[in-house]
Design a protein. Sequence first.
Length: 195
Amino acid sequence: MADAALFDLVGSSLLGIGTGSVATIFQNIFGGISTWIGEWQKRKTLELQHRQEMEMTDKEIERLRAEGDVKVQQAREDRAMTETIIDGQNYQASLIHDAATYSRGKDNSWADFLLVVADFVRGITRPTMTVFLCWITWSTYQHFTGYLSTNNVLVSPDTANEMVRYIVTNTVFMSSSAVGWWFSSRPTNKGKAAV
């Protein structure tokens, strides 16, 4: 019986080792699967959170961009308004300058009469120059076309182009000189703009 007891003891031990090993193997397999599923769920949750954060960041970027566009537009409108105010102030300063006179009109002396004449000449100069510039341009064109048509002059196309270029060049020179002189004497109101 001792052998049977020993045999039962060894059999029980082997059965215990076998069932323990199988249980450990199943525990490790199911534990590994459970751990893998848990890690997979964490990764999916993190991916979802990351995607949501990216979408929120994109929306924030769009909001900031729209806000920036509004601020840029407002700055442009403010600049245009400031320029309009400055232009109006410059125009007012120009009117004051143009209305300035040399004569005081207080006494009836010859000097005062000469100052009135100077005011008249000063006031009539710009309109006279404008009319003269228009007349000389029209007159030159009329003389040029009249000369070519009445005298039956055959002018080569190169010569005619050169003449027209000469007329246009001189007219542009006179115009730019006159306009530069007309407006360069007008004062500006720099630094006095209400911003």
